[in-house]
Design a protein around this ligand. Structure first.
Ligand code: AMP
Ligand code: ZN
Length: 474
């Protein structure tokens, strides 16, 4: 299928409906995603957002699009300044540490890197130029505190993304913090005049001595890399207002053009019904979970397997189910490597075609990963039955192995599967002893041997064709 024939549709926050995806340039997608504020380790709620974006990108690539992905790193804002002051180290040294940690985390989660990761502190001249344009055009003004504010009431379509009502705007109400009240439209800071609390963090510019606000960085850096209008902009629902609303106001007022065609927002990861957030203290970082012995790929699976527009609760049971799901997929691929039965007479091919239609159709439909995964597990069950009956030939199994690899380009959870090698004699003897115990229905002994083998890193699986085994991942 070529990109022009694709049937991908997305729920666009801007229009509150599903729309067929048509990029500005055929076969190419320009996409911007709001990245982390590097003042601490990201928590797994943040990674839910980054994993949804990874799935989106992988799916577009699967459908043949060439994606250009830009993700900013917010290395200057109220929180990073406070953090560096607390540790009494320069801002750059402080944020470098968390940038490095972020890259380590996304690698562990098998998130494909963006094409560029612009850091806000490296694009201050671009932000200054944008603010100057907004002032020249009458959208921005200098407050009595010396900071420059965006005049929300000058931009008639302010509120079109988040449905915030500007009519309720109090005259002159303005806000200088980066994050502010969710319910009110207010004039927001584009440029913050230096105050003693900023310490040595400032730039001397045509706008005066100070630093940029949070929202202007994403307008400046997205347009720098992707142009004045681009295809997709993503972020969590908490970014919709004020951050994304402000990005639209800044960019569209400056250029007079539509900023972004498709806005995609992921819902939150919750803990006991409440948004996982640093502010509520109810968060786990990836590192917290790795320290408890969880495999990052299991965490990846859990975080990406619920539809992105649905909230869901993080639980440890959820991680256990994710672990079993991955094991099931890996075992399946392992079995395919070993298959050498009779030809299924097109049954295998029919199941494979059905999978491609169902898996692809669901992901085309606003990335419906839940249905896509359900169709994958139906397929695994059906082929496993054929394998049990020794009805999959070597060639058919090889074709299915290729299909699973293709699907894993999208999921990123199977990876390279270790195929069985000959067992060392002592372990082989234990496996045989357990089989005898099972035949004799001596379940207690069979279980004890299974546990003993597990201790040696060997995991047994009882299948219709007898015992299978694999080495547990270290
Ligand atoms: P931040 O570092 O706070 O700017 O957040 C980075 C990304 O994570 C943004 O897209 C947020 O909207 C998103 N995010 C924050 N908390 C959650 C959560 N609990 N669940 C899902 N996404 C989140
Ligand atoms: Zn942003």
């Amino acid at each position: 299928m070529t990109s022009t024939e694709s049937n991908i549709s997305f729920f666009n926050t801007l229009t509150r409906g599903k729309e067929v995806f048509k990029p500005l340039e055929e076969g190419k997608v320009k996409m911007y995603t709001c990245g982390p504020t590097v003042y601490d380790y990201a928590h797994i709620g943040n990674f839910r957002a980054f994993l949804f974006e990874d799935l989106l990108k992988r799916w577009l690539a699967y459908r043949g699009f060439k994606v250009t992905h830009v993700m900013n790193l917010t290395d200057i804002d109220d929180k990073t300044i406070k953090g560096s002051q607390k540790q009494q180290i320069p801002l750059k040294q402080y944020t470098d540490f968390y940038v490095k940690a972020f890259f380590e985390d996304i690698k562990a989660l098998n998130i494909q890197p963006a094409d560029v990761y612009p850091r806000a502190t490296e694009f201050v001249p671009e932000m200054v130029a944008l603010i100057k344009t907004l002032m020249d055009k009458g959208y921005a003004y200098r407050g009595e505190d010396g900071s420059i504010y965006y005049s929300v009431c000058k931009f008639p379509s302010y509120g079109k993304l988040s449905n915030i009502k500007v009519g309720e705007l109090k005259a002159g109400a303005r806000v200088s913090q980066d994050e502010y009240c969710k319910e009110e439209a207010q004039d927001f800071a584009l440029w913050k005049a230096w105050t003693p609390e900023d310490g040595d963090v400032f730039w001397e510019t045509e706008l005066g001595k100070g630093r940029p606000g949070w929202h202007i960085e994403c307008s400046a850096m997205s347009m720098k890399y992707l142009g004045e209008t681009f295809d997709i902009h993503c972020g969590g629902v908490d970014n919709m207002f004020p951050h994304h609303e402000n990005e639209i106001a800044q960019s569209e007022a400056a250029t007079g053009k539509k900023f972004v065609n498709y806005w995609l927002h992921n819902e939150h990861l919750l803990v006991e019904g409440k948004k996982m957030s640093k502010r509520f203290g109810n968060f786990y970082t990836l590192r917290d979970l790795l320290a408890k012995g969880y495999d990052p790929i299991v965490i990846r699976y859990l975080l990406m397997s619920t539809h992105y527009r649905q909230q869901f609760n993080f639980t440890f049971e959820g991680l256990e189910s994710a672990k079993s799901a991955i094991e099931r997929l890996k075992n399946f691929v392992r079995r395919l490597h070993e298959a050498d039965g009779k030809d299924s007479v097109r049954k295998v091919a029919a199941f494979a075609e059905k999978l491609e239609v169902c898996f692809g159709g669901s992901l085309d439909d606003d990335l419906d990963i839940g249905i896509a995964l359900a169709s994958l597990f139906d397929f695994v069950r059906e082929i496993n039955s054929l394998l049990d009956a020794n009805s999959v030939s070597k060639q058919e199994a090889a074709d299915l192995g290729g299909l699973m690899m293709k699907i894993d380009e999208v999921l990123g959870v199977i990876g390279k599967v270790e195929v069985e090698e000959a067992l060392p004699a002592d372990i082989d003897a234990l496996v045989k002893k357990r089989e005898e115990a099972r035949k004799a229905k001596n379940w207690k002994e069979a279980d004890a041997i299974r546990t003993q083998l597990k201790g040696l890193g060997i995991v047994l699986e009882d299948t219709a064709q007898g015992i299978r085994w694999h080495k547990e991942k270290a």
